[in-house]
Design a protein around this ligand. Sequence first.
Ligand SMILES: Nc1ncnc2c1ncn2[C@@H]1O[C@H](COP(=O)(O)OP(=O)(O)OP(=O)(O)O)[C@@H](O)[C@H]1O
Length: 282
Amino acid sequence: MDNKIQINSAGKIFTTDKQDVVALQDVNLSVGANEFITFVGASGCGKSTLLRCIGGLETLSSGEITVNGRAVQGPGVDRAMVFQNYSLYPWLSVVDNIKFSRRLKVNREGATSAEVEVASGRADALLSLMGLAHAAKAYPNQLSGGMQQRVAIARALLPKPEILLMDEPFGALDAQTREVMHDLILHLFNLEKTTIVFVTHDVEEAIYLGQRIVLMAPRPGRIDTIYEVPLPDKRNQEMKLSPEFIALKKEILTRIRETSGMHTDTDLLEQMTRQAEGSEAV
Ligand SMILES: Nc1ncnc2c1ncn2[C@@H]1O[C@H](COP(=O)(O)OP(=O)(O)OP(=O)(O)O)[C@@H](O)[C@H]1O
């Protein structure tokens, strides 16, 4: 796998009135091209800070992050970000929200009508892919949370970014909508061949989506463990009941608890593992 993102000895210290916070300490990681990598870890372990540094929204205090071998020095069209709050423009329709960034670029660079047409074609394709064609003319306040997030993802994908950086994108959605979004994002990942870096609090989400999972630990924010997900690349919801899935979930939850002092219901997980093993044996 080609290397897309390289993080070398990354450190980030936030200096506040009261104290210095070491948000990242000696973080080293390679992310491959067309890899789906997920980040989990206790609150405050630096997940969002690292994502923002990759996105160029935050600068490192030490170390370096490169994308395609070039040092990150700010945001760029090669990296798109999607956040938990959909941050759509309320005064623009769905289709205009999706085309917005391209319109700015087109205006700035005095693009030809052919280029505008290509952008429009891709916007229409993304609308269909996201199941939003019927809502193209609607305004954000007329959409459900899941639909708004689909618009935000389509908008992020419009310029064909090589890397999609997602910070708790489904955190505000209900469980059922999240499942739909999971399968949608995996479908997009396969179609668009992007590299996806995805931050979440939800361990099940991290396993279901990720090829690798990076578990970070707090105080100081650092990488604790990297897990390979023992599931085929083509995922389906049934896999969440497999012994491998449940065993990994338990291992990660236990490690998060150990690194943060939080508690999980391990008895319940053990019971689920036994049940899943029982149904495998039948
Ligand atoms: N702008 C800032 N100024 C001061 N401290 C900050 C700033 N941003 C983040 N921090 C601190 O850096 C540490 C890491 O924060 P970060 O938001 O990256 O963690 P996180 O793992 O994403 O947390 P959560 O899961 O709760 O979102 C925390 O202690 C946080 O309080």
